[in-house]
Design a protein around this ligand. Sequence first.
Ligand code: NAP
Length: 260
Amino acid sequence: MHNAAFDALALPYRYVPFEVPPASLERAVKAIVPLGIRGVNVTIPHKEAVIPFLDRLDEEAERIGAVNTIEVSAGRLIGHNTDGRGFLESLRERNVDPKGMRVILLGAGGAAKAVAAALTTASISELMIFARTPARGEALAERLRALAPSLKIVFQGRDFSADAPADRGRPTLLINSTPLGLKASDPLPLPLSLLHPGWAVADLIYRPYETPLLQAAKAIGAKVVPGLGMLLHQGALAFEIWTKQSPPLSVMKQAVEAAL
Ligand code: NAP
């Protein structure tokens, strides 16, 4: 999507992948400026490990505690994180307004951290986290409570079916941030009987385009938000950081849809 966008705006850049082993991360980051690289995306497993090698973080990356985009500015490396805003934008695109909603977050990994930090700025009413590793769920809840002390944020349990909230009729945004749904053989992240037609259901997975969870949610009339929207919008925001130009969103969308 980035190369399609560079071509559309006749910018003389190329977006290329570098697979960097963890032991080489510092040397790779130190090479960014001397190699004349204009900007970088950072992905698994480097989003947190890269932080000590940067000159500074912007406020969003600081809040999230992870970096997915590096900007080179006057020879200095600035860490950004566009995942959370990309997610909020994907909600907006699907007419889901999180304001006043209870958010149920399944999973407490890197993507969950970015999405949840962004949601604490979106006037939600409550955030409930489910994670199979309680220490990770508790740690995420604690980190988020420090960001938003007046918001109710709880680690609810390991298993949604065991600790599902009783008041299912409440306006709720359910987010799957686990990898369950990537493979056809995966179990569902929660029993479908516990979904509610009034909910909005987002899945961060972008391949398949609609996971079995989203298909089931759609079938009962819930609003659904596929992960492709977050992928597109985090990319568009990174494009803007690097080039200071408005991203050609429809070109990027077409390219990412064709690639996937
Ligand atoms: P991660 O850091 O590895 O976190 C994954 C989370 O899911 C952890 O809480 C993990 O629990 C949990 N989990 C893993 N396998 C599970 C299972 N079998 N049952 C229940 N929980 C399980 O990964 P991530 O970076 O957050 O990515 C999560 C998903 O988001 C991936 O599918 C990724 O492709 C997607 N993603 C999408 C975008 C986008 O732009 N749309 C961006 C980033 C990520 P443990 O801590 O116990 O392992």
